[in-house]
Ligand binder design. Structure first.
Ligand SMILES: Cc1ncc(COP(=O)(O)O)c(C=O)c1O
Length: 395
């Protein structure tokens, strides 16, 4: 029997996704996972039992589209307390990870040819979705304090002069993925002012904000705005686990109404019950434990880079999050060498993958979240010796 052929039926927009099984190198700094040893499994097991005894029979119903109200209440409390945001339970939609929230917004705003602005290097999942929906993704130059205001103003002007519509600026202002920096308060204010005067909304992706193990919090861009021009997404992936698939969107009603139409129903109620019960009792204690572990790993990575890379590269020194950004001398081809390095035992993602314009082949993102501190040290030593024996340092 010949198999049915779907080829002529696919929507032209539907790309082929070859994201199947995860491949892991022996030392893997490419993946952006948390450490399985720091997942709160016992606490979640207790929480799920308590929550099911109390409300398990409600799993017989489909959840409301905005998601389990007590968890939205908990998120609203947290955002008021930690991010100085003036939000209530009704401003929040729970989503299947913050990725879904970002996708819902991209779909709500983008027509093919529209411009969406991002930082100079940007989270791959967002860039992929922007392109899927036909956006032209344009980056704005950054330094280690965040988006450079003059560059933002110039980019907006250039897009207007070219007759392009900029639908929003997407920013990850805290522990940026992949660059690792946190945008300063002054920059946040300047970026917001420029966007306000140009009528361009800001989509603030704050998914790493709780992973601070050093330095002081910087308030959310959302808290600096009282016009509803900042859309905000957050995630439980970094404070509980990506496998829970829970995130949230905070937006004005007009945006929530549109964005909700791209959602196929409320989030997983089983996960929502467990997360709410767990976080209500143990959120900050767990975040502290997690951050202590992350700090040790960050320190291990910085020390190993100092020892094995010395003055042959530069790298960022993040105060939180999961990433160190490595910069090798101009002309070094970490993009071309990535697969070879993986085959020889060390995984990284090269900078060009994160750049809308394909820049940064001499740069790489190194994630220290998943391996133990000992493995981080050994892996960086191994990366240096792979570079050494393949002549990467010499270029
Ligand atoms: C900056 C950023 N935003 C959003 C996400 C999506 O995360 P999730 O859908 O698990 O909340 C990620 C994932 O790594 C990320 O790095």
């Amino acid at each position: 029997m010949t198999e049915f052929n779907y080829e002529s039926l696919f929507a032209p927009r539907a790309p082929i996704s070859r994201r199947g099984e995860n491949r892991n190198a022996k030392y893997d700094f490419a993946v952006a996972y948390p450490d399985p040893d720091t997942l709160p499994l016992a606490g979640l097991a207790d929480a799920v039992r308590v929550a099911l005894e109390r409300e398990g029979r409600d799993l017989a119903y489909y959840p409301v589209t905005a998601g389990y109200p007590p968890l939205r209440e908990l998120v609203a409390d947290k955002l008021r307390r930690d991010r100085a945001m003036d939000v209530s339970v009704d401003d929040i939609i729970l989503t299947s990870g913050s990725g879904e929230a970002i996708n819902m917004l991209i779909q709500s705003f983008t027509e093919p040819g529209d411009v969406l602005l991002t930082e100079e290097y940007v989270y791959l999942g967002t860039m992929r979705q922007m392109r899927l929906w036909g956006a032209e993704v344009v980056s704005v130059k950054c330094d280690d304090q965040g988006i450079i205001p003059d560059a933002l103003a110039a980019t907006l002007q250039a897009q207007a002069a070219a007759g392009k519509r900029v639908k929003f600026l997407y920013t990850i202002p805290t522990f940026q993925n992949p660059l690792g920096w946190t945008m300063t308060l002054e920059r946040r204010q300047q970026v917001l002012e420029i966007c306000q005067s140009s009528g361009v909304p800001v989509l603030e992706d704050d998914c790493y904000v709780d992973l601070r193990f050093e330095g002081d919090d910087v308030t959310s861009i959302s808290s600096l705005d009282d016009t509803g021009q900042v859309l905000y997404v957050g995630s439980m992936s970094k404070i509980i686990a990506p496998g829970m698939r829970m995130g949230y969107l905070v937006a004005p009603e007009s945006v929530r109404e549109r964005a909700s139409s791209f959602k196929s129903g409320g989030v997983n109620q089983f996960a929502a019950l467990a997360i709410e019960e767990y976080l209500r009792n143990q959120m900050y204690e767990h975040i502290d434990d997690e951050n202590q572990a992350l700090r040790v790993k960050r320190d291990a990575m910085l020390a190993a880079l100092g020892e094995h890379f010395g003055n042959r590269a530069t790298w960022s020194r993040p105060e939180g999050g999961l990433y160190v950004w490595l910069t090798m001398p101009e002309g070094t081809d970490l993009a071309g060498f990535q697969e070879q390095s993986f085959q020889e035992g060390v995984g990284y993602y090269n900078g060009a993958m994160f750049s809308p314009e394909g820049n940064g082949a001499n740069m790489a993102r190194l994630c220290f979240g998943h391996p133990t501190a000992e493995t981080v040290s050994a892996g960086i030593a191994e990366l240096a010796s792979i570079f050494e024996r393949n002549g990467i340092f010499a270029r």
